[in-house]
Design a protein around this ligand. Sequence first.
Ligand SMILES: *Cc1c(COP(=O)(O)O)cnc(C)c1O
Length: 224
Amino acid sequence: MDGTGQRIMEIKASLPEGVTLVAVSKFHPAEAIMEAYATGHRIFGESRANELVSKANELPDDIEWHFIGHLQTNKVRAVMPYVACIHSIDSERLLRLVNTEAARIGRTVNILLQVHVAREETKFGFTPEEFDGLMASGILNELPAVKVRGVMGMASNVDDDDRIAADFRAIKNMYDRLKETITLDDGTVCDTLSMGMSHDFRLAIECGSNMVRIGTTIFGEREY
Ligand SMILES: *Cc1c(COP(=O)(O)O)cnc(C)c1O
């Protein structure tokens, strides 16, 4: 067993029951994904549309591709045939467009609402106020091709565990409120709280995460 395969198996064995791993393969080649695939893992995360499309065309059909990066509106159509879940819905405009493009090809798509609590200006996502407005608007129940499964968020990129935990609790709070607020007509459950990356996923799980997105710890450093 090579390094990547070994590492992904160790991480999965260490995750509590009910926590799903998204192996973040962005910037890593198809061969690296196949090393993880060979262990039985099927859920991979990508952050660039073109990269996701070319990998999806090249790699086995039973891979479940998650889109985790900022999704430009002009790339929605390209990824739609391939993507199982979009974690990074960060505007109402994008949400509506994803619904339109999914409906256009006759499918439904799982999405997570990306929320923004970290103190970094470069991060995308709904602020708590915008999030409340979105829930109150009723739109989450008006898009038949979109299944709102939960929330994705990132903590501040700092060394202070108290600070990181506070961010994770704020994200969890938004997720809990979403679960109380929406009942989708088709009975779809809101069940996914995506938070935690290589350096903070254990803390994220302690704070209630049930989906972690791990890249570097599995595949090594990315070469940009
Ligand atoms: C790249 C990325 C990750 C993975 O980060 P690592 O530190 O390599 O584990 C997780 N989530 C998002 C949104 C990312 O863009």
